[in-house]
Design a protein around this ligand. Structure first.
Ligand SMILES: N[C@@H](CCC(=O)N[C@@H](CS)C(=O)NCC(=O)O)C(=O)O
Length: 210
């Protein structure tokens, strides 16, 4: 399999964690987002959204959207499970993951920040926007996770919620958010970073890191 990504992409980072937890090896193909690699026609033929990640399977199947890719990985490689079996617990984990992946990350991604600059806002305004969006999303996640026992977001094993949380905390720090406001999330992150699957997925450890 080939994972099309970029070291700093938090959506690709989620998939890297999931692959590591499942013990799966892939070839990494980097697309330099700041140089517009995601809009290269050859890449757009794979992923018409011009976003990373994309997972290309050995049989030619192409999967896009990190949550869809991770759920496919979980269905085809069930151990260790990334979602609980109980339907209510699954819905809660998905809600946490979507609070990050659907409602927080998309409004602070590169495309949105570039658009703010094109509309005449200076870099500081774009960064303040990104920080505010992270504070909103992570504040809600802090409350969602606080309802559960730890150390991970939903109990004693890592799962989809932690996979989304750790890269988003990385984004929040990049946008200078004071993450000490989120002690329950930091507890889950600390537990995750005890695991090689999470440590090996961090941007700085990727071959395309700058
Ligand atoms: N919902 C998508 C988001 C993908 C996404 O926004 N990827 C970012 C990097 S984290 C990207 O490719 N940005 C390129 C751009 O904004 O032009 C997913 O979860 O896969």
């Amino acid at each position: 399999m080939k994972l099309h990504g970029y070291f700093r992409s938090s959506a690709a980072w989620r998939v890297r964690i999931a692959l590591n937890l499942k013990g799966l090896d892939v070839e990494h193909v980097s697309h330099h987002l700041r140089h517009g690699g995601q809009r290269d026609p050859a890449y757009l033929a794979l992923n018409p959204q011009g976003l990373v990640p994309t997972l290309a399977l050995d049989d030619g199947t192409v999967l896009t959207q990190s949550l869809a890719i991770i759920e496919w990985l979980d269905e085809t490689h069930p151990q260790p499970a990334l979602l609980p079996k109980d339907p209510i617990a699954r819905a809660k984990v998905r809600a946490f993951a979507q609070a990050i992946a659907c409602d927080t990350h998309p409004v602070q991604n590169l495309k949105v920040l570039n658009r703010l600059r094109e509309l005449g806002h200076d870099g500081a305004v774009a960064l303040a926007w990104a920080a505010d969006v992270n504070i909103d999303g992570l504040s809600a996640c802090e409350q969602l996770a606080a309802k559960n026992s730890g150390p991970f977001c939903f109990g004693s094993e890592p799962g989809l919620a932690d996979i989304c949380l750790v890269p988003q905390l990385g984004n929040a720090r990049r946008f200078k958010v004071d993450v000490t406001k989120f002690p329950r999330l930091l507890q889950a992150e600390a537990a995750a970073m005890e695991l090689a699957a999470f440590r090996d997925a961090v941007p700085d450890r990727q071959a395309d890191a700058e």
